[in-house]
Design a binder for this molecule. Sequence first.
Ligand code: SF4
Length: 299
Amino acid sequence: MKKTVTIDKHSGFCWGVVRTVQIAEQTLKNFADENIYVLGHIIHNPKEIERLEREGLRTITVKDFESLANTNAKVIVRAHGEPPETYRQALKYGIEIIDATCPVVTKLQERVRKFYDLGYQIVVFGKKDHAEVLGVRGVCNDECIVISKLHQAETEVDITKKTVLFSQTTMDRPTFLEIKKLLQEKVQELIVDEMQTIATEFHAKDTICGQVSGREQDLAEFAKQQDIMVFVAGRASSNGKVLFDVAKQANPRTYFIEDINELHSEWFNNVTTVGISGATSTPQWHMEYVKSVIEDLSE
Ligand code: SF4
């Protein structure tokens, strides 16, 4: 049966990832004779990592700084950002940092730092060991509470303290809103005596990136129009998981793949429309490739 395979027009790199990849490509071009490194995988997409590694980009960790001391090494900081300690280590070992941190993440770090300096209890809705959260933890000397589930807001937050709630930029908004509601109810003015009130303030800064949340509705609409959906992303991508769940909820016949060898021909039996979408770190060229493979399956 002939299939119509369509790529979701709202998928593809977000502008933060486009910017990071452009900085990496420009650096590789400008310093073609030098060793260019990136701290951690440049994006959560194995295909794009392989492509940039073929162009000469090498992936390292901060532990490698010592061995690169005074070698004129240039190290790219990826979109997720880094804690201040990384910049201190680079200075110590004479390493040049090329900062490709996404401006949305830089802004988040600045806000966390501001509220930390004002003495707030910092609560971050995110994954404790996600690279972006490691950066955020660094700007507040790791004096923050990282929660990823609603029940942790109940058990781990000190409700007597003035508190600010942030989110990792790629978390899901519905859970953030539930956590916000719960903390709004719990963290309130604490009456010490008749005359004195300690204002225990609560702020919630919705720092979920619009590039992720803005796609959810479009993706759900797109998924509903397809017989089946193939969602293409790296398994390490946080927003990949969020967006896949959105697609799966809208269309239960949604399948997650990282590469074409995970496609099963039986998915496409008696199917006339196939939708392809991906995370903010899924390159367009990879979705085009998946599309051509699916089209060939139907011939
Ligand atoms: S998803 Fe948002 S925060 Fe993350 S890299 Fe893209 S633009 Fe930046």
